[in-house]
Design a protein around this ligand. Structure first.
Ligand SMILES: CC(C)(COP(=O)(O)OP(=O)(O)OC[C@H]1O[C@@H](n2cnc3c(N)ncnc32)[C@H](O)[C@@H]1OP(=O)(O)O)[C@@H](O)C(=O)NCCC(=O)NCCS
Length: 441
């Protein structure tokens, strides 16, 4: 298997772009001038600010290990500046059963507003999928700016996130009160400890991926252009009775000038490796003086805190699609996760781009692990009595982490099968932990 960064550009995409006078190529990220120009194009594509030299330097060193692709139009006023960008790298994504699957993470998808709707993003995305598939990576993944773009390429939302808004004047903490202590730590300390904490807990939730140093620097407000934003961040750590750090939280309090008792606390991060840490950190947040509103962004859809407050109607929840998946190799993907029960069923998968199309026999043993046979002959007489469903690759990708049930997809017309087959799939694909990804990429 090639290192992901060495994978060559996709020739089909290069040819289709060339026929429109555009050049597809990889950026040499060790050439800081070339990489800096690409980074500026990426930022402009997302309407970001003109970054300072320090911020660019931080990004040049922090993102150099990614496979970095650009599209150039030599007829523009600044031919060195790409008119489109994309980057990719491989991640070990958590799947049900505390296991991981290698996934092709895609980010920085931008096309200059001067070149939009000419098929450039399609060439880039299809090229990324073919490159990942050629390399043997069974899954592609991304987080999205708009949920309207990626379904056409076979992606579907597979892990959701919830924003909580809590009227702090109506709630008291009713959960357990742990014996350890909550201590303030500096942002720099938070930054030092949060990466290791994330790595200790990421197998707990299907959908989590490892983060990278620059991401944590940005979280802690330590990257140059973000430093002023970071000045109002506060970090706390829960230490258990033996003094062992078990959880971290990062928050900001925004002042209400008209009413000093009406501030807003925004919880930006909370990670924990024990229930005690979770309880202590949430209690700390909920009981903060001078705060009327608590906003907690990007939490799990199954957040236990709603069971730990005196008035659950004081907590409003907005759920949104966050992690999108695209299965490229059905047997490898399905064999990577474990399942909630023993089963044998047939999956007939449609895929317009071809990667995942076929008929597969999924056989889950009593320990929850699966064997998948592809090219399965669904007309085989021994298969007639097996439960079977028919579904597009988007539905299989949505089902994969257990974030939506087969019944729901069937009710939406996105999966077909007998009631019995659908109910079997519901219980087989179920995940005891709701899938959740706590970062953007
Ligand atoms: C989104 C973006 C990358 C699309 O680039 P593009 O080159 O204009 O896209 P294409 O011309 O290749 O379009 C491919 C298909 O996607 C559709 N599409 C493109 N952008 C879309 C959007 N924002 N919403 C819905 N559909 C979109 C096109 O209609 C086309 O559909 P079809 O081929 O099925 O008929 C570009 O508009 C952009 O840079 N946006 C700002 C940054 C951003 O949000 N990037 C995505 C990050 S996750």
């Amino acid at each position: 298997m090639t290192e992901f960064a060495d994978a060559p550009i996709d020739q089909a995409s290069a040819a289709s772009l060339l026929s429109n006078g555009l050049r597809l190529g990889l950026v040499d990220t060790s050439d800081s001038a070339q990489f800096e120009t690409w980074l500026r194009a990426d930022s402009r594509g997302f309407h970001g600010p003109e970054a300072s030299a320090e911020t660019i330097a931080h990004h040049v060193s922090g993102l150099a290990d990614r496979r970095t692709t650009g599209v150039w139009d030599d007829s523009t006023l600044d031919p060195a500046m790409p008119v489109a960008t994309v980057s990719s790298w491989t991640v070990d994504m958590t799947v049900p059963g505390r296991r991981t699957i290698e996934a092709w993470a895609i980010s920085s998808v931008t096309v200059s507003p001067t070149h939009r709707r000419k098929g450039i993003a399609r060439a880039l995305l299809e090229g990324e999928l073919r490159t990942a598939h050629r390399r043997g990576t069974p899954m592609a993944t991304l987080t999205v700016s708009e949920s309207t773009i990626y379904g056409r390429f076979g992606f579907a939302p597979a892990a959701f996130a919830t924003d909580l808004e809590i009227d702090a004047t109506r709630v008291t903490w009713t959960g357990p009160i742990p014996d350890g202590r909550v201590n303030f730590v500096t942002r720099a300390q938070f930054r030092t400890e949060v990466a290791a904490m994330h790595d200790r807990v990421r197998l707990d939730s299907p959908g989590q991926i490892p983060a990278w140093d620059l991401r944590w620097d940005q979280f802690a407000g330590l990257v140059d252009d973000d430093t002023t934003k970071g000045a109002d961040l506060r970090a706390v750590r829960y230490d258990d009775v033996d003094g062992q750090p078990r959880g971290l939280a990062l928050y900001r309090v925004t002042e209400n000038h008209g009413d000093f008792a009406g501030h807003t606390l925004t919880l930006l991060h909370l990670s924990h490796e024990t229930d005690d840490a979770y309880h202590a950190l949430w209690r700390f947040v909920l009981e903060m003086d001078l705060v009327r509103t608590i906003k907690a962004r990007h939490r799990s859809v199954d957040e236990p805190v709603v069971w730990n407050v005196s008035d659950r109607r004081a907590v409003s929840q907005t759920t949104w699609d966050h992690l999108w998946l695209r299965i490229l190799d059905v047997p490898a993907a399905l064999e990577a996760r474990s399942y909630a029960r023993e089963a044998r069923c047939v999956l007939r998968v449609q895929d317009e781009l071809g990667f995942a199309a076929g008929t597969y026999l999924l056989e889950v043993d009593a320990t929850g692990f699966a064997q998948v046979t592809s090219g399965f002959d669904a007309d085989d007489s021994s298969a007639v009595s097996l439960p079977a469903v028919s579904l597009p690759v988007t539905s299989l990708s949505a089902l994969y982490l257990g974030g939506v049930s087969a019944s729901t997809l069937a009710a939406a017309g996105l999966l077909a099968g007998t009631a019995e087959s659908i109910s079997i799939l519901d219980s087989v694909f179920h995940s005891t932990r709701a899938p959740w990804l706590s970062i953007w990429f």
